[in-house]
Ligand binder design. Sequence first.
Ligand SMILES: Nc1ncnc2c1ncn2[C@@H]1O[C@H](COP(=O)(O)OP(=O)(O)O)[C@@H](O)[C@H]1O
Ligand SMILES: [Mg+2]
Length: 234
Amino acid sequence: MTAGAEISGLHKSYRLNDRTVPVLVGLDLVQRDGITVVVGPSGCGKTTLLRLVAGMERADAGVVRVRGTGRIGMVFQEPRLMPWLTAAQNVALGQRRGRCDTTALLALTGLAGFEDALPHQLSGGMQHRVALARALANGPSLILMDEPFAALDEQTREGMQDHLLEVQRTTGMNVLFVTHSLDEALYLGDRIVVLRGGRIAADHTVTRSSGRRTREPDDALARVIRTTTQREEP
Ligand SMILES: Nc1ncnc2c1ncn2[C@@H]1O[C@H](COP(=O)(O)OP(=O)(O)O)[C@@H](O)[C@H]1O
Ligand SMILES: [Mg+2]
C-alpha cells in the first residue's frame, strides 16, 4: 500500500507579539513512494510542515492525512536519546504497543553488538543510528526526518545517508526528508520539492540514468533547484 502524507490547502501562521507571521500559505503536497526531500532556506517553514504532518501542531486551515497505517516515526537533528538507557532500551521507547525486536532494528541500522551500550559510549553517528532504529520501532509507514544529519561531519553524514537508503530499501517505508543541503537532496531524493513563499514552489522527480545514486549529481537539476530556492521573493 502506498503510504505517505497527503496535504492540501495547508495554512499556518504564528503570532509574534502583536503581529501575525504567515509561514505556510496554502501548501499542497501528495507524497509518492520513496524518499521525498523538502529543500528550502532556513526559516521557510520546513520544520513547521513536518510538525503539522506529525500532528505535533495544529493547522489554521487545510487537511493533512497520512495514508497507510498512520503510524509515523520521527528523526530530529539531535538524536535525543535518554542518556541513562542502553541503545536497546532507547529503541524500545519508540514502540507504542506490542513489542519490537530491538536487536533486529539495531542490526538493520548497523549496530549489531551495541545493544547494551549507553549513548555516551557511542559516536555521534552511532547515536543517530539508534535514533533511526527508535523511529522504526513502531512499524511506521512514514518516517519524518528534520535535517537529521546536519550536525554531523561530512564522512559520518555520508555514511548515515547510505544507512538510510539501505533501511528504506529493506523496509519499503516512505520518507519525508527535510534538508537545506542541495547535495543531500540530490543524493537521497526520489523527488525533490522546493518550499518557498509558504508553498511548494517547484517539484522535481529525480531520474537517475544509471539507476544508481552517485555523489556527482545531475548538474542541470541542481541548477534548476538552486534557481527556484534562491529567487527573490516577489
Ligand atoms: N512556535 C513559534 N512561534 C512563533 N514563530 C515561530 C514558531 N515556530 C516557528 N516560527 C517561525 O516560523 C518560521 C518558520 O520556522 P521553521 O518551520 O522552523 O523553519 P525552517 O525549519 O525551514 O528553518 C520562522 O520564521 C520561525 O521564526
Ligand atoms: Mg527547521
